[in-house]
Design a protein around this ligand. Structure first.
Ligand code: ATP
Length: 361
């Protein structure tokens, strides 16, 4: 695969505040890569450095294998779609889309052709002469994308482009954007703090935490094999236990959590007595009404919530910890207050590095 963007040992400080710490990421041609992380973790700063609006304090940015970190934004074959679209309100749709082409002195007839082609691509044919205030949020968003694509950039940067849309339109635009990206084969670098959006759209996701990269992987790997407690917590819902490794063999690790042993198959390298976190997704939690002869934890059913396709149950352990369990909506629930035994298939438990020496809560 061809390397399109390379961030090599990038750090960025504002004054003496370090906001990006030694970041190394390679983004490949045609890839949809998402930067995901909580507010303030540095996602926008990374995008602004790639675009050229911000200079890294140290490190190198390569575009198509050439260093660009000293070039101004207009000398990089990169366009950006901002959160608020940054469209010109008193220009028509066609004028907005053609703006960059006009600046680049592309002849009028060619501009017209390119605008028409873009409007066709985003399914807004015939909208050339509309004013911006005659458009819906989703249509404005498509115009912003058309404007960014019209001069055929190698890379498109998108900073939370769907955040202004209501939920239904956002879901629809997620599918449309992804379709467009696949069709055009342009490298997309996408910023969001919405993990569901990231999982659905991306080829790979870079999970950022306080200016450093926690993990970069495809969505399924991030969900099924989170590398750190932070990732397990941020991507999807998790139940996270502290535990201690009591036995390791080549492909099996035995960890003690709460009141029992638990065998776990994990690719993580662990040593005897190491403290670890054990992550169990809510859909993997099982309940027994009577005591069972393998690993289990006594608990009480404490709350139920209906969430459309799933029902959510909260289970309270004797030490006060609350577990989340999701079951398909068509399955009956046990009544609130009932004493139960919680268990799961040891193969469904995920081992991650612990962030402290604490063993039990
Ligand atoms: P959000 O999701 O809220 O947009 P983000 O992950 O995109 O957040 P950034 O906007 O990249 O985060 O900001 C990262 C950190 O850098 C924040 O602590 C922010 O306050 C700080 N920061 C960003 N720009 C500047 C600036 N020009 N001067 C000083 N500090 C800045």
């Amino acid at each position: 695969m061809k390397e399109m963007i390379k961030l090599a040992s990038i750090s960025k400080s504002f004054g003496n505040v370090v906001v990006i710490k030694n970041l190394n990421i390679t983004i490949y041609q045609g890839e949809f890569l998402t930067m995901l992380g909580p507010s303030g973790c540095g996602k926008t700063t990374i995008l602004r450095m790639i675009a050229g609006f911000e200079k890294p304090t140290s490190g190198e940015i390569l575009l198509d294998e050439k260093p660009v970190h000293n070039l101004p934004p207009n000398k990089r074959k990169i366009n950006t779609v901002f959160q608020n679209y940054a469209l010109f309100p008193n220009m028509t749709v066609a004028e907005n889309i053609a703006f960059g082409l006009k600046m680049a002195k592309v002849p009028k007839s060619e501009r017209k052709k390119r605008v028409e082609a873009m409007l066709k691509l985003v399914q807004l044919e015939g909208y050339e002469n509309r004013k911006l205030d005659q458009l819906s949020g989703g249509q404005k968003q498509r115009i912003a994308i058309s404007r960014a694509l019209v001069n055929q950039p190698q890379v498109l940067l998108l900073d939370e482009p769907l955040s202004a849309l209501d939920l239904k339109l956002r879901k629809q635009m997620q599918i449309e954007l992804k379709r467009l990206q696949r069709k055009l084969g342009i490298t997309f670098v996408y910023v969001t703090h919405d993990q569901e959006e990231a999982l659905m759209m991306s080829d790979r996701i870079a999970v950022m935490n306080k200016g450093h990269l926690e993990q970069i992987a495809d969505p399924q790997t991030l969900y099924e094999k989170p590398g750190t407690r932070f990732v397990a917590n941020f991507i999807g819902e998790s139940n996270i236990f502290y535990g201690k490794v009591v036995e390791t063999t080549d492909d099996l690790t035995k960890v003690v959590i709460e009141n029992g042993y638990l065998a776990i198959k994990s690719s993580m390298k662990v040593s005897q007595n190491q403290t670890v976190n054990v992550v169990v997704r809510p859909e993997k939690i099982r309940l027994a009404e009577t005591e069972i002869d393998h690993f289990h934890i006594p608990a009480k059913v404490s709350e139920h919530y209906y969430a459309g396709n799933v029902k959510k149950t909260v289970l309270k352990l004797q030490n006060g910890m609350e577990l989340k369990m999701n079951t398909p909506s068509n399955q009956p629930l046990l009544p609130i207050g009932k004493d139960v035994f919680v268990y799961w298939d040891p193969m469904d438990a995920i081992l991650v590095k612990s962030d402290s020496d604490k063993i039990f809560k």
